[in-house]
Design a protein around this ligand. Structure first.
Ligand SMILES: [Zn+2]
Ligand SMILES: [Zn+2]
Length: 449
């Protein structure tokens, strides 16, 4: 047999080969999108049931810690997951692999139950880039509609104050939402000052028919009077923006050292705080130590000092940079004494750790624990004692994850192929102004691009 007589195998057709490769990419992408829909459903349920509320400030922070997503991507997943809860058509299209996650992500920024069906059709017909443009234009129309509404509300503002025949004064008016919110807050504060405080101090009892408690409307009228008096008293000066309310807490030294001890933690305005709360507040504050004798007479008032002096606080911020609770990167924090100063813990860098307000609360009031090992590493524990590692171990993945995904989708009755997510677009130019005019329910003419 001569060599020349052997059949030569035909070289594989390069285009057919690349087509197959392309089809494989498209099909696997559809599988990944369908799997993403399941992932988003799980995230939505986890979020709604507060599964992340185990020391994390949000579902996104938990995802960042547990799954390793950056915070921006994690927030976006949670946003899309929540939005899809109210947009069943878009959710279903993603679950069937017909709409990519990128398209669904863009469409959920503007879709409402009213516009969902229209936007789904847009998602099916257009490419991802076209949908991005339509969504940007859509938001512009939304903003224009909002601006029109705000302009109208601003124009309709008004307050009429006029005397009635008997000399009383009638008040009637309409305020923009933000001014209205300001007024309601101010009235609430004034009402609280007038009524809640007098109730606790004077001990007015509703049982006494001679002193019937004022109705809500009467309270509001009195609150408005207090607002007017206060405004005139302060020459209508809103004050410096940085001014803040100060909360003064009186705490017995014994309470700080041991929360089980009887003693008092009292807010200056009245009302009690728990011993653990007073320990948290005392972790990083200005303090004035007052000594009383057994009868409560004041013996001595010390100078006001910071529990954490400014230089040490700078060193702490420089070392820790952000909250050290696993998964949290909040930049603003409070200094926490790993061993509380009231129990003899030193105010040194070695005994301090930076925690955001949320996580400072977690370690004082929610049973989370933090300790520092001899090598300086922090050990965070959940209330049940289980460790809370900085980076959780990754979950095992099946040996052939793609095969597993295919098998799972086949079991769900999903028939995904290379054309599942193909847009209906045939290459014609996108006329954005026309598209928005036709699609957007609040459009009033072609938008200016
Ligand atoms: Zn603390
Ligand atoms: Zn934190």
């Amino acid at each position: 047999m001569s060599i020349a007589s052997q059949p030569v195998p035909a070289p594989p057709h390069p285009f057919a080969d690349l087509d197959r490769l392309g089809d494989e990419i498209a099909e696997l992408s559809a599988h990944l999108d369908a799997a993403t829909a399941r992932l988003l459903t799980l995230i939505r349920e986890f979020d709604a049931r507060g599964g992340w509320n185990s020391g994390f400030s949000s579902c996104a922070a938990w995802l960042g810690w547990r799954v390793g997503l950056d915070l921006g991507a994690a927030r976006e997943r949670v946003r899309v997951a929540r939005a899809l809860g109210a947009l069943p058509r878009l959710a279903e299209a993603l679950a069937r692999g017909e709409l990519s996650y990128a398209k669904v992500r863009a469409l959920t920024r503007v879709a409402t139950s009213e516009t969902e069906a229209r936007l789904l059709a847009v998602g099916r017909a257009g490419t991802a880039a076209q949908i991005e443009r339509i969504v940007r234009g859509w938001r512009r129309v939304d903003r224009q509609a909002e601006v029109r509404q705000a302009t109208r509300q601003h124009a309709e503002r008004g307050l009429h104050v006029y005397p009635d025949e008997d000399g009383t004064v009638l008040v009637r008016g309409r305020l923009t939402p933000e001014v209205g919110a300001l007024l309601i807050r101010a009235l609430d504060a004034a009402r609280e000052t007038l009524y809640l405080r007098t109730r606790t101090t004077a001990g007015v009892t509703a049982a006494d028919p001679a002193i019937a408690p004022p109705t809500r409307a009467q309270q509001q009228a009195d609150a408005l009077a207090l607002l007017a008096e206060t405004a005139l008293h302060h020459e209508i000066d809103p004050g410096a923006p940085g001014e803040r309310y100060q909360v003064v807490v009186h705490v017995d030294a014994a309470v700080l050292a041991d929360p089980e001890q009887p003693g008092q933690s009292v807010l200056e305005e009245g009302g009690h705080v728990s011993a653990e709360t007073s320990r948290r507040l005392a972790c990083d504050v200005s303090r004035v130590v007052m000594r009383h004798d057994d009868e409560g007479r004041l013996l001595e008032v010390g100078a006001r000092t910071r529990t954490i002096p400014p230089a040490l606080r700078r060193a702490l911020l420089h070392r820790d940079r952000s909250c050290r609770f696993p998964g949290c990167h909040a930049r603003v924090g409070e200094g926490h004494h790993v061993r509380h100063w009231a129990q003899g813990g030193p105010t040194t860098l070695g005994n301090l750790v930076l925690l955001c307000r949320r996580h400072h609360h977690a370690v004082h009031e929610e049973g989370y624990r933090v300790s520092r090992g001899p090598d300086g590493t922090l050990d965070f524990r959940r209330p049940d004692g289980r460790p809370l590692p900085e980076v959780p171990p990754t979950d095992p993945v099946p040996a052939d994850p793609i095969h597993t995904l295919h098998a799972q989708h086949a079991a769900l009755g999903l028939r995904l192929h290379a054309r599942t997510a193909c847009p209906g677009w045939l290459g014609e130019r996108l006329d954005l102004g026309w598209a928005l005019d036709v699609l957007h329910p609040r459009a009033v003419g072609p938008p200016t691009c």
